[in-house]
Design a protein around this ligand. Structure first.
Ligand SMILES: Cc1cc2nc3c(=O)[nH]c(=O)nc-3n(C[C@H](O)[C@H](O)[C@H](O)COP(=O)(O)OP(=O)(O)OC[C@H]3O[C@@H](n4cnc5c(N)ncnc54)[C@H](O)[C@@H]3O)c2cc1C
Length: 517
């Protein structure tokens, strides 16, 4: 067996013949002596002024055994031990699928609606300026991952096997290309169907999925826990997986009120920057135009006075969306479809903030950065008293001048001219002002007067951590409660949240000494 790298120029999908010839050459055998050939990874390389797709290939000599990833089978859990899973985002969904593999019955309680009903509610925010606090871009089946950009890469590979997540996505309908792409991406036109297929699998194997079931309390009950929903319904089980995401601040309040273990956690806050995609393509591909090249991405990072300023969740060919979860707060994020077909490129440009950085918030204890986050989101809302986002040209922001007018944007609720240089917290505004021209130095043309900044990008990750035991995954205060995913403060993004959910499910199985048969 040999793994090797090669390129076929700008060809994204080499033919079988091309692959076999390259593999036979690498192994030093004739094509008749060749066994299985698999592409492990595909990446676009434009570093040396020439763009080409590079492939990592694994090739076997005939007769050698090819190792493939083996996902455990789902079992019938209709009569098995139930475990409550709060939240149906990536962490809750992947935890539930894993529970089924382990022979445990997931009972999902999700405050929002099914993924298709959500679409209407999300559209209603832009069209009518009205938000449903239980069904929006963050809440409902699929969680914040369902109408997202659907980028599936994570820098954290320590906690679990990313392949389980990618193979499951493919099993439920994603393009198998995600198994080999260096920067896999699904898109918000495909993700809802994938999520729906996951739910069908959970129900077919005996799990339960209850929508419109917002959990408002968690009570210890004899030999386990009772989750009480807003409509008075309650569900009991010995163990609870808490995967409610980082927007469900009610859980942080509940934990803080009851004195259950929490700590403040650093996060990042800033703006969403938007350019024309053609400009970003021109910069990244050095003026080369080729229909085979995908909309270009970028990733920027610098340090300004001890804090990182960086691009976050870059969406090539995407749109900016209102990802608030209730009226009275302005929060932005980006999403794209599988073809990344819009003419816009957007990314968060954010500055990291650590506990203790913001004077005056220490009195909130573990909730200090959560209170700070809420305050900034309210400030942005109060400027327009609507989902219209406060915005400023990038160049005006850096010289501290209100923009007289604003360029076109993909953000459909609309924008209003605002002095973001004064509205953002000083610690953030000052650092962004230094970093943006530096980014312009790295990417010539990035810093220009048609680049638009919109505020606020604030839900980059959780500003609170629900403390848990690193081995058992159980809350330090609540035995048999497993906080996981982004809301617990242990992951950021779809893949790492899914992996964290899988780890929580495995921890439940280990606690009950359940072993896969
Ligand atoms: C617009 C947008 C674009 C994004 N793009 C990307 C991307 O391209 N790539 C990437 O990796 N990440 C992206 N993210 C981030 C990613 O979606 C999250 O990191 C991920 O969804 C976190 O998963 P989670 O399961 O921990 O939480 P969530 O996805 O937030 O899911 C939590 C679930 O819990 C439910 N819930 C909350 N409170 C309660 C309650 N009291 N009772 C019952 N249910 C409750 C919510 O309704 C929700 O469904 C994006 C996020 C947004 C908003």
């Amino acid at each position: 067996m040999k793994e090797f790298e090669t390129s076929f120029g700008l060809c994204r999908e080499p033919s079988r013949d091309m692959l076999e010839k390259a593999s036979a050459r690498a192994l030093g055998v004739g094509t008749s002596g060749l066994g299985k050939v698999a592409i492990l990874r595909r990446s676009l390389d434009c570093r040396k002024g020439v763009c080409e797709y590079r492939f990592r290939i694994r090739a076997f000599v005939k007769g050698e055994e090819a190792l493939e990833y083996d996902i455990p089978e789902y079992r019938d859990v209709a009569d098995a031990m139930p475990v409550i899973v709060i939240g149906c985002g990536p962490a809750g969904l992947f935890a539930s699928l894993r529970l089924i593999m382990e022979g445990i019955k997931p009972v999902i309680l999700e405050r929002g609606k099914d993924v298709h009903s959500r679409r209407r509610d999300c559209a209603g925010i832009s069209r009518h300026g009205v938000i449903d606090p239980d069904s929006n871009y963050c809440y409902g089946e699929g969680g914040a991952g369902a109408f997202s950009d659907g980028k599936l890469f994570t820098r954290s590979t320590k906690r679990g096997d990313i392949r389980e997540v990618l193979y499951q996505f493919v099993r439920f309908g994603a393009d198998p290309d995600i198994l080999i792409d260096a920067h896999p991406h699904i898109g918000s036109d495909v993700l809802p169907k994938v999520v729906e297929n996951m739910r069908s699998c959970i129900i077919e194997h005996g799990g339960e999925c209850h929508f419109n079931s917002k959990v408002t309390d968690l009570r210890s009950s004899g030999d386990g826990w009772t989750a009480v929903c807003a409509d008075g319904t309650s569900y009991s089980s010995s163990d609870v997986i808490l995967a409610s995401g980082h927007s469900a601040t009610e859980f942080y309040d509940l934990f803080a009120q009851r004195g259950w273990a929490l700590s403040a956690k650093g996060f990042a806050l800033g703006v969403r920057a938007e350019h024309k995609q053609s400009l970003i393509d021109g910069i990244q591909y050095r003026g080369r135009r080729d229909p085979q090249l995908p909309p270009a991405e970028y990733s920027l990072l610098t340090q300004v006075r001890g804090r990182g300023v960086f691009s976050f969740c870059m969406c090539p060919g995407g749109v900016i969306i209102p990802s608030s979860t209730s009226e009275g707060e302005t929060v932005l994020n980006g999403m794209s479809d599988s073809r990344r077909s819009s003419r816009w490129a957007n990314a968060g440009i954010v500055c990291s903030i650590e506990p203790g950085d913001i004077p005056g918030y220490g009195k909130y204890g573990p909730l200090e950065l959560l209170e700070f986050q809420k305050n900034i989101e309210r400030r942005m809302w109060n400027f327009s008293k609507s989902f219209k986002a406060p915005a400023q040209r990038m160049t005006d922001f850096c010289i501290g001048r209100l923009s007289r007018n604003l360029p076109a944007t993909s953000y459909s609720p609309g924008v209003v001219c605002a002095p973001l240089h004064l509205m953002l917290p000083e610690q953030v505004a000052d650092r962004l002002r230094e970093a943006l021209p530096l980014f312009g130095g790295k990417m010539k043309g990035f810093f220009n007067e048609d680049a638009l900044l919109l505020a606020v990008e604030s839900r980059t990750s959780s500003p609170v951590r629900i403390l848990r035991d690193p081995v058992t995954f159980q809350s330090l205060s609540l035995p048999h409660v497993y906080p996981c995913g982004e809301g617990a403060g242990y992951s950021g993004g779809i893949v790492s949240s899914a992996i964290d959910g899988i780890c929580a499910a495995c921890a439940v199985a280990a606690e009950h000494h359940i072993t896969r048969s």
